[in-house]
Design a protein around this ligand. Structure first.
Ligand SMILES: [Zn+2]
Length: 385
C-alpha cells in the first residue's frame, strides 16, 4: 500500500518545528546509584535540522544485518568515525540491531547512523529520529489494514476499530477541535508499506568515556551501564515508540499552545479511569495527551502503564513505559548494572503500531497477561465496525 506525503507545512522552520525535532531526541535517563538518593539525568540534546539532518547518512563504512530466520527487516548501520577504534561498541551495535531483526518480519530496510564521541558532562548520548507527518486518515487507514498476520487475534480485535478522523479525540492542556494530522517515524511508515522517505531513520550517538558494559552476555558490570540494551532502547524509538505527549508537555510548560499531531502509539494511550468506564469505546473514548495523572497503553485485555511527561508529569518522557516496573526495554531509566531486555510488552506495542512481530502475537498475549497491572472491566469494548 502506498501513501503520499502531505506537503510540509510552512511552519517547518519555525521554532515550534525545531522544538518538535528536539523532542525526538529521546534517551534513557540513567540512575546514578552511587549516590544515596537516586539522581536522574535527562538527556535531551537540542537538534538543529539545518545543521545536522538525521536523514544524512554517515559516509563511513556500512554494515548490513539481515535476519536469517525469515524474510524480515534488514538493518543497515552506518558507522561514524568515532567507532573506528571501538570494536566492542561496534559489536554491541551489531548485536542490538540483530535483536530487532530477529523479531521484525516486515520487508523494510532500517538505516541507522551510529557513532561515539565525547559529549558534554552529564550527557550519555542522544538519538535523533527521522519522522514524517501525514493526514490522520492516511495513517489510520494504513494501520487499520495492517492485518498481515492471519492468526493475530489482537490485531484483528483492535486495528479495524481504530478511530476515524471524525471519531478521534484526545485530551490536551488546551483545546483542539480536530486532529487533521498524524506523525510517525520514517521506519514506522515504511513498515506500514509507505515508500516515500529516504536516508537515515535515526542517528544514535553515545558518549565516549562513560563506563559502558559493551557485552551483556556475561551480565552487566555493577559499575557500568548496559550499552547494547541502551542501543536497543533507542532503536525502539526509531521504530515508532514515540508519543506526542512529550511535545505537548514541552509546549504546555511554557504556557503556550500548539497543534498536536498524534503518533500511532497515541491511538492506544488512555487514562486508566476511562478504560474502566463501562462506556469505554475503543473508537470514540478520548485519548489522553495531558501530561501528569495516569496513562496506560491499551491492548484489549492487556493494559500497560506509561510514563506521563518530563516537565508536568512523573518526570519521565511520556514516550516510555512507566518507570521501574520492569515493563520492557522502553522503560525510561537504566541503573548501573541493570540488564535491559526486550519484553513482550515492547513487541506488543510495535505490533499494534504497524510492525509484524515474531513470535506470533497469540504467544504474545499469553506471555503478556502476567504483566497486567491495572484491572479493568471487560465490556463493552468496541463499537460495531
Ligand atoms: Zn527513551
Amino acid at each position: 500500500m502506498v501513501a503520499t506525503a502531505t506537503s510540509i507545512r510552512q511552519e517547518r522552520l519555525t521554532n515550534a518545528y525545531i522544538a518538535r525535532l528536539a523532542a525526538l531526541a529521546l534517551l534513557l535517563a540513567f540512575a546514578a546509584t552511587q549516590a544515596q538518593a537516586h539522581t536522574f539525568q535527562q538527556h535531551l540534546t537540542p537538534y538543529d535540522p539545518l545543521q545536522n539532518p538525521a536523514s544524512t547518512l554517515n559516509s563511513a563504512s556500512v554494515a548490513t544485518l539481515e535476519s536469517t530466520t525469515n524474510n524480515g527487516a534488514t538493518f543497515q548501520l552506518f558507522y561514524g568515525n568515532g567507532l573506528a577504534h571501538n570494536p566492542d561498541a561496534e559489536a554491541a551495535f551489531n548485536r542490538s540491531v540483530q535483536r530487532w531483526a530477529d523479531v521484525l518480519q516486515d520487508p523494510v530496510t532500517v538505516k541507522i547512523n551510529v557513532d561515539m564521541r565525547p559529549m558534554d558532562d552529564g550527557i550519555l548520548g542522544s538519538t535523533n529520529t527521522t519522522w514524517m507527518h501525514f493526514s490522520f486518515s492516511e495513517i489510520r487507514n494504513l494501520l487499520s489494514s495492517n492485518l498481515n498476520e492471519t492468526n493475530n487475534a489482537l490485531e484483528n480485535s483492535l486495528l479495524p476499530y481504530l478511530p476515524t478522523a471524525g471519531q478521534f479525540d484526545a485530551s490536551l492542556p488546551w483545546t483542539q477541535a480536530t486532529f487533521n494530522n498524524m506523525s510517525l517515524t520514517q521506519a514506522n511508515y515504511h513498515a506500514l508499506g509507505g515508500i516515500s522517505g529516504t536516508g537515515a531513520d535515526a542517528s544514535i550517538t553515545f558518549a565516549e568515556g562513560i563506563n559502558w558494559d559493551f557485552d551483556p552476555r556475561d551480565g552487566i558490570n555493577p559499575t557500568a551501564f548496559d550499552f547494547e540494551g541502551a542501543v536497543t532502547h533507542e532503536i525502539g524509538h526509531a521504530l515508532g515508540f514515540i508519543s506526542e505527549i512529550d511535545y505537548v508537555d514541552w509546549v504546555a510548560v511554557q504556557d503556550r499552545t500548539s497543534e498536536a499531531w498524534p503518533w500511532p502509539l497515541d491511538l492506544f494511550r488512555f487514562s486508566p479511569d476511562d478504560l474502566q468506564d463501562p462506556d469505554f469505546n475503543f473508537a470514540t473514548t478520548t485519548r489522553n495527551l495531558v501530561p501528569g495523572g495516569s496513562h496506560a497503553f491499551y491492548a484489549d485485555d492487556i493494559i500497560i502503564p506509561m510514563a506521563t511527561g518530563y516537565y508536568l508529569g512523573d518526570h519521565r518522557q511520556g514516550s516510555h513505559w512507566k518507570d521501574d516496573l520492569g515493563l520492557g526495554i522502553m522503560d525510561p531509566t537504566a541503573d548501573y548494572g541493570e540488564l535491559l531486555s526486550l519484553s513482550q510488552n515492547d513487541l506488543l506495542a510495535l505490533d499494534l503500531i504497524g510492525w509484524d512481530v515474531i513470535p506470533e502475537p497469540s504467544c504474545l498475549i499469553l506471555l503478556s497477561t502476567g504483566l497486567l497491572i491495572i484491572p479493568r472491566r471487560r465490556q463493552p469494548r468496541h463499537p460495531n465496525p
